[in-house]
Design a protein. Structure first.
Lengths: 400, 400
């Protein structure tokens, strides 16, 4: 049980709420902030003044108003000055980006990752080098307020330790700590599961904006998921919530990397599709998946049967998630985007069979709006979380 | 985005928080409230004075302190004066109870319900009669602050309309509205899904106290579930979240009442167990389930095989939920309590096979602490929700 907040806590809450608003919605007039936040004009002015003094926002006249009278000043995030580093450790690639307040990617580096055993050094090394390169190119008056990484594996809440990553061979890796040491920015590195962060990204900036109950399904070698329930990311007791790829849909089915049988991942992941299409081994990755979908489009019956089989299991998995979560939207990302687009009728038909009518009648099925950068965008939002929760405190610690 | 609260909102929040504390934890000394709520003594005194004046709590000297010096006054909920009606529409019974602030059942009426098609009149009629009988027996200075019902079916958020109840034949029944009309207490009747309310009850007053991530599984004719995620009940977009009984675990499996095949409900519900034990038709209900478990205990190989089969599917269902939710605890209620106790080894063995090690290593499997009254206790908590959110407002409306 928590008691109500003090005046100072309310001020900090409001500073964060205002900053969060311009961060997510972009430049906003004082008049609109007044109405959206339900505060009076003088409070908005005072909050804006504090954030301006801290160098987090600036106020300017709008370009054109089209209205008579004195225009309301527009509050704009200091995107060029305040930034975070967002990192993405995927199965096939490593990405580092410098992302400005407001969400713009200011700079970006990427390298391919060879599939195979996970090496901490081969992961942390290139990412740290990318961050240093980008850091050197920043102007002296810029300030880094956070660092976060998306990781294709299970990440324990709080400590940035990767507990499992069956498709990368990672287990109990102190990734966050080592990354922070190598970056030497004096900032901790928050780490999140890739699909969880992608779900958050689609919820905040993608196809799921305004949608408080959303399931994001990501496919690559593995299948991961992220669940937004009532506007909040489902973490679970230790942070491993949302591992929907290891929901068993076919107890008599294919062996899964986790040791079980018939997991959603085993039935709809990259390997399941390529094997069903008789193409496993010759090609791998997204291109190989796209090749199956376009072969099916051209009438290749083997490819069509493969997509139909995988789409059927995908539909069953989605039906289970619809019954369990009653989401407003299910979003397909990674190779599942291609699979869904190539087998939407099959997915829908299975869904109609296995999902409760009341739970599916308002359901929307969508593909990712942010594409493969959903995880990176999610990592940036995780990195911004602290400064949005308590802007002045974080800025003070960042030494500006 | 919401702005921070006003002083008056903080006061109301604190009044609710204090009342909630004594409601859930029982009589509490001012000193302990001061430390638990993180407020100073004078604030606690003022809040307690307001709640005392409203007749919601009273202060008294503790029976014995065992310490020297002036003892801290104990704040006690006015359990005999402030109450709610809690209703339970189960498959086999109808229950109405008068529950005092603090959670004590002050009065209670119950009648058996014949399984079969749902009749609004045959449900609302007896419950309204029970409530009237109990109401007549209250003292003149008592006040009813809420009414809520648990219903064995899917209930749409907010409007109390039962959208589906495949095991009771209910569909689109305006149960809350009709119940409120018949009670004529001038109060709305909140309605919740029975398993969702039971989950909340176990979280607040049962085996899951202090546990913020919990899955409750209830079995009768049907199998329902309630999920507490991060301390909050998972509702989903329309309120149908947690229908884990319709998660397909065996696509080649038994037909389910929902029209699908191999749902958890179809594989582990009452009928699945009784049919596997060759006992379907002769007996039904909890007694029949108990008879199978005790036959297995006595060495009946058919009963043992039936429990083993059902325990295996139950273990698979639990494994899926563990991977999806990463809960701290799974609680078995209804006939699933008996099934779990009779097949715990099977459930554990399947769990070890299909649940991710990181997600299950801290998992606790437990049986309900509240038994068949979990739904009723949950309904009472739903009925108290308003007065705990804003004590003075609700009391003013109740006309005290």
């Amino acid at each position: 049980m928590r008691a109500g907040p003090s005046q100072e806590e309310i001020r900090r809450h409001n500073l964060g709420a205002l900053l969060r608003h311009v961060h997510l919605s972009g430049p906003t007039s004082r008049a609109e902030l007044t109405s959206r936040m339900g505060l009076n004009r003088s409070t908005i002015m005072a909050l804006t003044a504090d954030l301006t003094a801290a160098g987090l926002v600036r106020e300017e006249l709008p370009r054109e108003t089209g209205r008579a009278g004195r225009p309301s000043l527009v509050v704009r995030p200091e995107s060029a000055r305040v930034y975070v580093f967002a990192l993405d450790v995927g199965v096939d690639r490593l990405v580092a980006a410098r992302v400005g307040l407001g969400g713009a990617v200011l700079d970006r580096r990427e390298t391919a990752r060879r599939r195979g055993p996970f090496s901490l050094e081969e992961t942390v090394g290139p990412l740290a080098a990318f961050a240093r390169q980008m850091h050197r190119r920043t102007r002296p008056d810029t300030v880094c307020v956070g660092v976060a990484a998306a990781f294709a594996g299970g990440v324990a809440q709080g400590d940035g330790i990767v507990r499992f990553g069956p498709n990368m061979g990672a287990a109990d890796v102190p990734f966050g700590e080592e990354m922070a040491r190598r970056l030497a920015l004096g900032l901790p590195v928050a780490v999140g599961n890739d699909a969880n962060l992608a779900a958050m990204a689609e919820h905040l900036r993608g196809v799921g904006v305004g949608c408080r109950d959303l399931v994001y399904l990501h496919g690559d070698v593995g299948v991961g998921g992220g669940v937004i329930a009532g506007g909040t990311l489902l973490g679970g007791h230790q942070g491993f919530g949302g591992e929907v790829g290891h929901m068993v849909v076919n107890p008599e089915g294919r062996r899964c990397g986790c040791g079980s049988r018939g997991c959603l991942e085993a039935e709809v992941g990259e390997r399941a599709l390529l094997e069903a299409a008789g193409r496993f081994g010759s090609q791998i990755g997204r291109e190989a998946v796209r090749a199956v979908v376009s072969a099916a489009d051209r009438g290749d019956v083997v490819a069509q049967a493969a997509l139909s089989r995988v789409g059927d299991w995908l539909g069953l998995g989605v039906a289970n998630l619809v019954n369990v979560f009653n989401p407003e939207m299910v979003v397909f990302g990674g190779m599942l985007r291609e699979v869904y687009l190539g087998s939407a009728a099959q997915v829908r038909s299975r869904l109609n069979l296995d999902a409760l009518p009341a739970s599916r009648e308002r359901l929307r099925l969508r593909t990712t709006a942010l594409g493969d950068d959903a995880t990176l965008v999610g990592a940036a939002e995780l990195a911004f979380a602290q400064v949005l929760a308590d802007p002045l405190e974080v800025l003070a610690r960042a030494g500006s």
